[in-house]
Design a protein around this ligand. Structure first.
Ligand code: FDA
Length: 306
């Protein structure tokens, strides 16, 4: 039943009609504000400022994926550039995350790469790191290819690898060399068993092994999970290997396990919060509901109270 609900939510999340309909009601109505800082850049900047004051760093994400024409992709580039400028002007501890399909990956791969280079040039100038999120399996190889080309020219770019994919062990071996900064996540999309572990216990075990492999190979690990037991196991392992605190950071999503974020930051670990903003919040919101079907009851309760 839970699996079915998860698949349903992920399928609805990709539906443009549903997104249009939901947007008309607004994120407040559905309780999406719990996971999304707001529709405007100013909302995100205010959220970053507050998180910085609480001792946490941030990566900001202008929501958007699957650009349908070059105009949309160019607008996404412009939002990224504005976000970089705004973070810099406000003197915030924050970098940028983005999705290549928002920059036109499905339309023209070369132009998408040029868009990335424009963003990286600006980020270099403003001394900010840029992380390429990993999307569904259909875009994985292209994302890895573009990342490799960019990484040859830019130091301040990173990628995300998903523990549920079988291919990630090899990807990590290839991409993680030379102290590369890799964000490891469990994976948020609906994938077939031909390419991804179906059982949660297998995904969790894969995540743990990947983080350990990456740290053992000298990489910088952005450990992106809210799984408290897993975090504690990893911290124990990290201590047993005397791995320095500047070799890893914890990353969590805005609005999820703020208590755990605070506790880790309070113990002196670097914690970075992923702060999404923008009008295209629907797909992101559906993925958050799918991860934890209990969130659906939270949304329904929200409606009931209106
Ligand atoms: P798990 O699903 O096992 O959850 C552990 C605990 O966390 C739960 O018991 C609950 O307490 C809490 N929790 C988790 N999800 C929750 C939710 N939605 N609402 C409330 N509580 C929740 N994925 C991807 O495919 N590509 C990407 O680029 C990224 N990027 C990314 C960045 C960052 C900073 C994070 C933290 C995550 C991602 N993800 C991602 C999402 C990731 O793949 C995964 O879907 C989520 O992190 C949920 O899995 P957990 O590791 O938290 O564990």
């Amino acid at each position: 039943m839970e699996k079915l609900l998860r698949h349903l939510l992920l399928a609805i999340g990709k539906n443009r009609g549903a997104a249009r309909l939901m947007r008309r009601y607004g994120m407040q109505f559905f309780g999406a504000r719990r996971f999304v800082a707001g529709e405007k850049l100013d909302d995100a900047i205010a959220a970053v400022r507050k998180l910085n004051q609480e001792g946490k760093e941030v990566t900001i994400d202008h929501l958007g994926e699957y650009a349908r024409n070059i105009g949309e992709a160019k607008r996404a580039v412009s939002y990224c550039l504005q976000a970089l400028e705004a973070m810099h002007t406000a003197g915030l501890q924050s970098n940028l995350s983005l999705k290549l399909t928002s920059l036109g990956l499905d339309l023209d791969q070369e132009q998408c790469e040029r868009h990335m280079r424009a963003i990286l040039d600006s980020a270099l100038h403003l001394n900010r790191f840029v992380r390429i999120d990993m999307e569904d399996y259909a875009h994985c190889q292209q994302t890895v290819d573009i990342y490799k080309r960019l990484k040859a020219d830019y130091e301040h770019v990173g990628i995300v690898l998903q523990a549920y994919l079988y291919r990630t062990t090899d990807d990590l071996r290839r991409l993680g060399a030379g102290g590369a900064n890799i964000r490891l996540v469990k994976g948020a999309y609906k994938e077939s068993e031909a390419v991804a572990y179906a059982k949660k216990t297998d995904v969790d075990a894969s995540f743990e092994t990947l983080v350990q492999n990456h740290l053992e190979n000298g990489g910088y690990a952005a450990i992106a999970t809210h799984d408290e037991a897993l975090i504690h196991r990893l911290l124990e392992w990290i201590r047993s290997r005397n791995i320095a605190r500047d070799r890893f950071e914890f990353q969590m999503l805005y609005g999820i396990r703020a208590d755990l974020q605070d506790s880790l930051a309070g113990q002196g670990y670097k914690v970075r919060v992923y702060v999404p903003f923008g009008e295209d919040w629907f797909g992101y919101f559906m993925r958050r509901l799918a991860e934890r079907p209990a969130n659906v009851w939270f949304v329904l309760r929200n409606w009931w109270r209106k």
